[in-house]
Design a protein around this ligand. Structure first.
Ligand SMILES: Nc1ncnc2c1ncn2[C@@H]1O[C@H](COP(=O)(O)OP(=O)(O)O)[C@@H](O)[C@H]1O
Ligand code: SF4
Ligand SMILES: [Mg+2]
Length: 468
């Protein structure tokens, strides 16, 4: 890819420079490039979800606000797969549930096929729900154990009062075949299936009404690694066959790499980087993305040894009290004073690559081809290639020396156990327990009502449960 702009490190702190870059980048996009872009199916602007948290005990006063999602802007184009990745608790599921309108946003707008659906009532949403469906993380808990596969997969038809040609049973059996199961499975119960097969049942249910958008929240993370690829391939095949648009949520960058056309990286309720998949993987710009990327397992032992792991020190800050300005500054090895006072906007650097950072990585310089190797620039020193280099502490010589919290970067090794490892944290991101804390939020009743309306369920519930 050719570089169109010149951006020097450190210069991005100025708003005027940023505006000039954006204008230049926009000008570099040809009319042909614009025309190639498919229609936007989902347009999200300024999306926020703040959960009021109440104290325990009598009275249950408001104790604070969890800023789970705090101002997201992104588009999902027709027919594409947008991957949404980030550590546990960064707001991915909350985002997915808002896009599905299972949760009401605190602020912002969601447009679906050009229509603002942010404020539609349950009744107004009902006909639209055919067009967006969700696949949940845990096929075990998202399928009612007391219902047959036929009842589960046929539920969307009944809820939407749709009579498919040939009847519901025939349609369900066709769906089962489509997802690699047998029509004979119609009368079986979920417990008779393996994890991968159960996820296929969930996929069949999501596809019953031929939706336009499918939001898949960690669709393979509860499955054995050996089964994950099969389910990912199935999602891929179904996308080609039905022209589906996907929002795939994952904590695992390697899953997203194989499924996404574009990838958005989230940190503490914000998107810090969005780019086309190859662009993101060859030239990650945000330091957080670089750290996540360094944690992706490499199958080739030779390359594995020569690669450096970037281990982020410290815990992810609380979303109740996120750091000011750049939220990553408490863990970033490049942090300077400006990072603590001026929030870096999500701006286009080159082409469609957007990043929210004052000092992005892999920044090309004038006339040079775009960097594809990870390069860390330390003030006063020549660029240091990351590959094969042991970095123990770049803070001491850090640009501007703004970081106060001590070394944030360590090499992989014995110290790892004491370190908050991006990969370990990311891999462990299976816990939706906070999400399930119904009592903590005022929105849950609405969520559950919406979920019941669609036959879908917020994490932690069993869908389609018979009324008590
Ligand atoms: N219903 C809720 N009430 C209060 N806090 C919540 C609720 N749902 C999620 N959260 C909090 O919002 C943040 C984002 O959660 P979530 O979207 O589930 O993250 P992720 O899917 O990225 O792991 C977490 O800190 C979580 O504890
Ligand atoms: S702290 Fe500064 S350098 Fe680090 S990610 Fe934030 S804006 Fe970029
Ligand atoms: Mg989640």
């Amino acid at each position: 890819m050719k570089v169109n702009t010149t951006v020097t490190e450190g210069a991005r702190a100025g708003e005027d420079v940023k505006a000039a870059e954006t204008a230049e980048t926009a000008g570099a996009q040809t009319a042909a490039e614009q025309a190639e872009r498919p229609e936007v199916l989902v347009r999200v602007r300024g999306l926020r979800k703040h959960f009021p948290v109440k104290s325990g005990g009598i009275g249950r006063r408001k104790a604070g606000t969890v800023k789970a999602v705090d101002g997201l802007d992104f588009d999902i184009r027709e027919g594409e797969t947008l991957g949404l990745v980030g550590e546990s608790g960064c707001g991915k599921s909350t985002t997915g549930r808002m896009v599905m309108r299972l949760l009401d946003p605190s602020a912002g707008t969601i447009e679906f096929a050009g229509r603002d659906v942010t404020k539609l009532s349950r009744g107004q949403l009902r006909p639209l729900r055919r067009d967006f469906q969700m696949i949940f993380q845990d096929p075990q808990s998202s399928l009612n154990p007391r219902h047959t596969v036929g009842t589960i997969v046929g539920a969307p038809y009944r809820l939407q009062k749709v009579n498919p040609e040939g009847g519901i049973k025939k349609a369900v059996q066709e769906l089962l075949e489509l997802v690699g199961l047998s029509p004979e499975h119609y009368n079986r119960y979920p417990h008779e299936f393996s994890g991968g097969q159960r996820q296929r049942i969930g996929i069949a249910r999501a596809l019953a009404l031929r939706p336009k958008l499918v939001v898949a929240d960690e669709p393979v993370s509860a499955l054995d690694v050996s089964i994950q690829a099969q389910v990912v391939n199935l999602l891929d095949d179904l996308q080609s066959e039905f022209g589906l648009t996907y929002l795939i949520i994952a904590h695992d960058l390697s899953v997203v790499r194989h499924t996404s056309d574009r990838v958005a990286v989230m940190y503490l309720g914000k998107i810090v980087e969005i780019a086309d998949r190859e662009d993101l993987y060859t030239s990650p710009r945000h330091p957080y993305t670089v750290a996540l990327m360094s944690a992706v397992p490499v199958p080739d032992p030779g390359r594995r040894e020569s690669r450096e792991r970037i281990l982020l020190k410290g815990d992810v800050p609380s979303p109740m009290d996120p750091p000011a300005a750049c939220r990553f500054h408490t863990r970033c090895w490049k942090a300077q004073d400006v990072c603590k006072t001026v929030e870096p906007p999500l701006a286009e650097l080159v082409g469609r690559h957007q990043v929210a950072c004052h000092f992005p990585e892999n920044t090309p310089t004038a006339g040079e081809p775009e960097a594809v190797e990870l390069v860390k620039r330390v003030s006063g020193e020549p660029p240091v290639p990351v590959t094969g280099v042991v970095r123990e502490d770049v803070d001491g010589g850090g640009a501007g020396g703004g970081a106060e919290e001590g070394p944030k970067l360590t090499k992989d090794g014995p110290g790892r156990a004491a370190t908050q490892d991006a990969s370990a944290d990311v891999s462990a991101a299976r816990d939706d327990s906070a999400t399930q804390d119904a009592s903590a939020t005022e929105d849950d009743s609405a969520t559950r009502a919406s979920a019941a309306d669609t036959g879908k369920t917020p994490p932690g519930d069993t869908p389609e449960s018979p009324a008590p």
